[in-house]
Ligand binder design. Structure first.
Ligand code: PEP
Ligand code: MN
Length: 298
């Protein structure tokens, strides 16, 4: 398989795609990421209370989400912002899984917390600020759980699979890559969604690729359209923030969808998923009809 990029990525051999290698399917509990299904992971930025999380879990499950997101350990830009409920938040996430059957994705920020978070989560999230925390990545290589690796906000596309290679070298190839927007000179959005990341990463790596439109947009009105674009670009799924009452959220309320907004986003995705699925089908071999001159013989 040749592409303009393979030469630059092939050194990360455990995650690089080669002509004959199969695509990796990552298993978050029973949920297959990177298979035929478009997997939607949805929930609040932070776990704030049992009531908030259970209500959100039931709502997103009914609308078609398969994975519940929610941060128990929050990497906030300011030390004065809400830092998450920690262990209490993990226990609430476990309860939500028991009640709804949704798989759980939640962030782990320190290698010291990996064993604890792995007891509660089906998929361990590495946030944008931690993409190059190699002590954390190495520990995640040994944790026995799949990893959702977010692109660093100033990382190039080459640096994302490089970090994935660190996890794989430590023994874990169950990794999902996530494009969540990067820092550019643009300020109308919180980050700039680099949509080309999806086809490039799908070409150079056998790992699943998902998109987080919430942290890219920074405002909820843009989230549904970025989600649709992600589906058409061939993403394997989404990570989306949803809150029962976004204006009262303790983090990232401005970019969190309301319940109605989430249902609307899911409905509007359908035509885009059909385009995505058509693009994935193998192109039929066209056989050119043999032309026979009128009155002539073959
Ligand atoms: C999050 O998912 O809430 C989060 C903090 O994401 P990021 O690391 O992409 O900023
Ligand atoms: Mn957030």
């Amino acid at each position: 398989m040749t592409s303009p990029w393979n030469g630059r990525f092939s050194c990360f051999d455990l995650v690089a795609r080669t002509a004959d290698c199969a695509r990796t399917i990552v298993y978050a509990g029973d949920v297959e990421i990177g298979g035929d299904d478009f997997v939607v992971m949805a929930g609040p930025c932070a776990v704030e209370s049992e009531r908030q999380l259970l209500l959100t879990a039931e709502t997103v499950a009914a609308a078609g989400a398969q994975v519940l997101r929610g941060g128990a350990y929050k990497p906030r830009s300011s030390p004065y912002s809400f830092q998450g409920l920690g262990l209490e938040g993990l226990k609430i996430l476990r309860k939500a899984r028991e009640e709804t059957g949704l798989a759980i994705v939640t962030e782990v920020m320190s290698e010291q917390d990996v064993d604890l978070v792995a007891e509660y989560a089906d998929l361990l999230q590495v946030g944008t600020r931690s993409m190059e925390n190699y002590a954390l990545l190495e520990k995640l290589g040994e944790c026995g759980r799949p990893v959702l690796l977010k692109r660093g906000m100033t990382a190039t596309l080459e640096e994302l699979p490089r970090s994935a290679q660190v996890i794989a070298l430590s023994g874990n190839r169950q990794i999902v890559l996530c494009e969540r927007g990067i820092r550019t000179f643009e300020t109308a959005t919180r980050n700039t969604l680099d949509i080309a990341a999806v086809p490039v990463l799908k070409t150079v790596s056998h790992l699943p690729v998902i998109v987080d439109p919430s942290h890219a947009a920074g405002v909820r009105c843009l989230v549904p359209v970025l989600a649709r674009v992600a589906a058409v670009a061939g993403a394997d799924g989404l990570l989306v923030e949803v809150h029962p009452s976004p204006d009262e959220a303790m983090s990232d309320g401005a970019q969190s969808l309301t319940f109605g907004g989430f249902r609307g986003m899911m409905g509007d995705l359908q035509p885009c998923l059909e385009i995505r699925d058509a693009d994935r089908r193998p192109v039929p071999q066209r056989v050119r009809p043999r032309l026979v001159a009128a009155g002539g013989s073959e």
